[in-house]
Each structure stands twice: as C-alpha cells, then as structure tokens.
Design a protein around this ligand. Sequence first.
Ligand SMILES: [Zn+2]
Length: 47
Amino acid sequence: MANRVCVLCGAKYDYCPNCDADKGKPIWMTCWDKAECHDIWVTKLLQ
Ligand SMILES: [Zn+2]
C-alpha cells in the first residue's frame, strides 16, 4: 500500500522509517520517491 506521495512528481510510494524493510533507506524518502526527484528539488532550491 502506497502511504506517501512524492512532492516533486506526485508518484505514490511506500516508506516507513520505523519499519525494518525501510530502515536502510535514505531519510529524504519521507518527501521524495527516488534520488532523481530529491536531486531535482534540491537543485531548484539552490538556484
Ligand atoms: Zn518523485
């Protein structure tokens, strides 16, 4: 079940920082579904 929506592309995805399955994933996954979206967002903010 997708419990999150990427703030950049609107894709639905799963991420649970407290679940064993997602513990090793990066913390930015609370807002973005993948590294590309995170990078684009950060790049925009820095311009
Ligand atoms: Zn995205």
